[in-house]
Design a protein around this ligand. Sequence first.
Ligand code: ADP
Ligand code: MG
Length: 272
Amino acid sequence: SDERLAGLETVRKLGGGSHGHCYLMRGDDGRLVVHKRVPVSHMLPSDQEVAEREVNILASLSHPFIVRYDRAFVEAGQLCIAMEYASGGDLSHRLDEVRKAGRRVELPQALEWFAQLLLALKYVHRLRVVHRDLALKNIFLSADGVVKLGDFGVARVLGNSELAMTKVGTPCNVSPERCEGKPYSFESDIWALGCLLFEMLTLRPAFQAETMPELVHKIIAGAHAEFRESDGIPPEVEALIDTLLAVDPSKRPTISQLLDSPIVAPHATRFL
Ligand code: ADP
Ligand code: MG
C-alpha cells in the first residue's frame, strides 16, 4: 500500500455526497483525521475541477473557524483530501437532535455560531473566496463546540470581475439574485447567513416549498417563513434577520457592520 496511508486505520465511513465519500481515520499517535476520497480516474472533467478546486481553496485557508486541511494525494485512482476532524458533527445533524428532543437552540448559542461564521467568512472574503454553499451540512462543530466551516467544494476564488459565475448551488439557501441568474457575490453569502440564523432559531427552513418554481417565487419576493411567538426571538433579532434577507443585495449589511452591531458584537469580541 501507499506510505502516505501507512499507520492510518479506517475507523468508520462518515458518509458520502455528490463529490466523494468521507472516512474517519486514526493515526499511530491516536490522532483522528477525515479523508475525503473522490474518484478521479473515471470522473467527468467538470467534477475533477470541483475536486481540485476544493483542494486548492482548502490548502490556502488557515483560520480557527475553518476546517484545517492537511494534504492531498492521489491513491488508487482516488483523490484523497486529508483534513481536520470536527468531532461535533455538522449543524444539520445538531439541529435534528435539538428538534427530536423538543428543545431549542438558545439565542446566545445561535449568536455565537453566527459570530464565528461571520469571522470565518470575513477571512475567506478577504482572500476573495465566496463559499457558495453555506448550508447547515457544511458547518461543522469541533469537540469544544466552535464552528468549523467546511466543504469548500463549490467555493471559488473571485476573479477581477469581483463576481463569480456558477451553475452550482444548493437550492435551500440560494439568494434572489442567483435565482435570477445573476452572479454569486459576497452579498449572496450574507443572504445564506440570514437563512442559517433563521433556521438555527426557529428550527424551520427560512424558505420551503413543494415545487422549485414556488420556492424561487418566494425567494425572489423575499417572503421567508413567518416567525412564531413560540420561537421566542427578540424583535431586534427578527429585524436583523430581515435585513440579512433583503431582496436587494446592496441593502444587506456587510460582515463588518454585522460584527460591530450591538446584537452580534458581544459574541464576536472575545475572539478578536
Ligand atoms: P455531504 O456533505 O454531501 O453529506 P460529504 O462527503 O461532504 O457529503 O460528507 C459526508 C459526511 O461526512 C457528512 O455526514 C459530514 O457531516 C461528514 N464530514 C465531512 N467532513 C467532515 C469533517 N471534516 N469532520 C467531521 N465530519 C465530516
Ligand atoms: Mg459535505
